[in-house]
Ligand binder design. Structure first.
Ligand code: NOJ
Length: 559
């Protein structure tokens, strides 16, 4: 092979529904509000099943809908085996699953095993039972330092900023990787392990098809004394033996979970949210003996750049070959600036988005954001993703081309990261969590009967689902058509690069002849005679315009 590189080939018999699924993430409290209390709910999702079917997705992933005080948008779970009463009942949940299944849409739910809510009955019990109790052993309690234990056990900082330790009334401290209201569980405790098996079976028995595992890389810890200082901790390599992050022993938990998943027919699936240091470390989460799949966030933190995309794609497909899993492509989720905005942000040191403290002002002031360019590039990148082997995760609202909302006052903000700083420096994550506009007019743009729990700006009207559904040139129409065609064209999990002679144009073919061409540059890219076979995206005078993607399918491939 010279110019063309065969990245990977897999046989069809390993295929399972999740391998190449288009999974739509629902952030339930911001999707649709059926009871009109300002918070989205389960009956709201049920009322939009037609919309989801028309969109053409294969599965939905629901962010947490469990009882929660919403200290972290529901990722502070007070009861893992119930529905937040503001969002409905277990019967509502069952009805929703049945309705989605009836349309051929599978259901994935979020499991948050690293921490509970401080309102979880276990934590309340731990507070009441006092030091030395079995109830405290389910969490991570320690004595403080200083003459009277008035100083935290270490100087560690939580992911959301501030100390990672909080003092309770009797003077002990508990550890929390995230918000104060999210005490970390002690995964050395067999009772904790057992309880999550019960939770996995509880939802699997209710017909859930799979699970998304929150911060899957942080559950196990080595907190043997003496505890290292923050500086010492930061210097320890994350190679499997770090005291807090991505420890090898976490995989014992997932091997046990896999045995539970395999009790079901078809086996339940799982995808790890694991921000780990190398692709090799990530592969462990994707193994067939473990969770089976792991999020690949590489494109989410990449620039809109042909070379970067190509390297990431090739690396991840090669990695899938070694794990036997399929990769996951993601451009947006509830934790990051919507990609239609991100791609329009002015470059920061030559890049549009960075991780850690250099995370670009998420959804920041309008100044300098080129929204047209952002949307154009978002379309181009999404169509490229949907043509790739593997599964693609779409985040609610991106099918409307929604932009990040910057106009939220500090009083209206909810995200703890906005208030505490930490790794998500900037405006926090509320801007991508604003409830969806369903109609151009009416209260809360058709989200519900009253004002939405996060303010929707007036410009949401132009992005409303009813407006876009009626417009063949809208983002919604593009997503519908792309998802429809994707099902028709879907091929074995491999691709072959086709050299374009241009550093800023990527072109690849799937084994059945389906081709994707993305022009990352601004100069049109001439397609020659292939222009007649373009089935998606616009060509102009036989050329792919700048910052756009087309799909090519030889005659006969589409019935
Ligand atoms: C990752 C989730 O995606 C995020 O929203 C949450 O704040 C943290 N995990 C903590 O649960």
């Amino acid at each position: 092979m010279t110019d063309a590189l065969l990245v990977e080939t897999r046989t069809a018999d390993t295929a399972a529904w999740w391998r190449q699924a288009a999974v739509y993430q629902i952030y339930p409290r911001s999707f649709a509000d059926a009871n009109g209390d300002g918070l989205g709910d389960i009956p709201g999702i049920l009322s939009r099943v037609d919309y989801l079917e028309k969109l053409g997705i294969d599965a939905v992933w629901l962010s947490p809908f469990y009882p929660s005080a919403l200290a972290d948008g529901g990722y502070d779970v007070a009861d893992y085996r119930d529905v937040d009463p503001r969002l409905g009942t277990l019967e509502d949940f069952d009805a929703m699953v049945a309705a989605l299944h009836a349309r051929g849409i599978r259901v994935v739910v979020d499991i948050v095993p690293n921490h509970t809510s401080d309102l979880h009955e276990w934590f309340q019990e731990a507070l009441a039972a006092g030091r030395g109790s079995a109830a405290r052993e389910r969490f991570i309690f320690r004595e403080g330092k200083g003459e009277n234990g008035e100083l935290p056990p270490t100087d560690w900082v939580s992911v959301f900023g501030g100390s990672a330790w909080e003092r309770v009334e009797d003077g002990q401290w508990y550890f929390h990787n995230f918000a104060v209201e999210q005490p970390d569980l002690n995964w050395d405790n067999p009772e904790v392990r057992e309880d999550f098996l019960t939770t996995l079976r509880f939802w699997s028995d209710r017909g859930v098809d799979g699970f998304r595992i929150d911060v899957a890389h942080m559950l196990t810890k080595d907190l043997s004394e003496p505890l290292p200082s923050r500086a010492e901790l930061d210097a320890i390599p994350q190679d499997g033996n770090h005291p807090l992050i991505d420890r090898d022993d976490v995989h014992e938990i997932y091997a046990e979970w896999r045995r539970v998943f395999d009790e079901y027919d078809p086996p339940r699936t799982a995808v790890a949210e694991a921000w780990v240091s190398t692709p090799e470390r990530r592969a462990k989460y994707a193994s067939a003996e473990g969770l089976g799949q792991a999020f690949n966030f590489d494109l989410l933190v990449a620039d809109f750049d042909a070379e970067e995309f190509r390297t990431i794609i090739a690396d991840n497909l090669a990695q899938s070959d070694t794990t036997g899993s399929s990769t996951t492509w993601v451009l947006s989720n509830h934790d990051v600036t919507r990609h239609a905005t991100r791609y329009g942000l002015p470059a920061l040191n030559g890049r549009h988005v960075k991780q850690g403290t250099e995370w670009v002002a998420a959804g920041g002031p309008d100044e300098g954001i080129d929204r047209e360019q952002g949307l154009r590039r978002a379309h181009a990148a999404t169509l490229l993703l949907l043509g790739l082997p593997g599964s693609t995760y779409l985040y609610q609202g991106e099918e409307l081309g929604l932009q990040e909302v910057a106009e939220i006052t500090p009083e209206e903000r909810q995200d703890p990261t906005f208030f505490r700083g930490g790794e998500f420096d900037g405006l926090g994550r509320d801007g991508c969590r604003v409830p969806l506009p369903w109609t151009a007019s009416g209260p809360s743009f058709g989200f519900g009967a009253v004002e939405a729990h996060l303010p929707q700006p007036a410009w949401f009207a132009a992005f409303a689902a009813d407006v876009e559904a009626a417009d063949p040139s809208s983002t919604l129409s593009l997503y519908r058509e792309a998802l429809r065609l994707r099902r028709v064209l879907q091929a074995d999990e491999s691709l072959q690069w086709i050299e374009t002679g241009r550093a800023d144009v990527l072109r690849f073919a799937r084994p059945n002849g389906w081709q994707v061409v993305t022009n990352f540059g601004t100069e049109p890219f001439d397609l020659g005679k292939d222009a007649v076979d373009v089935v998606l995206g616009a060509v102009d005078g036989g050329a792919v315009p700048g910052e756009s993607t087309v799909w090519i399918a030889p005659a006969g491939l589409i019935g």
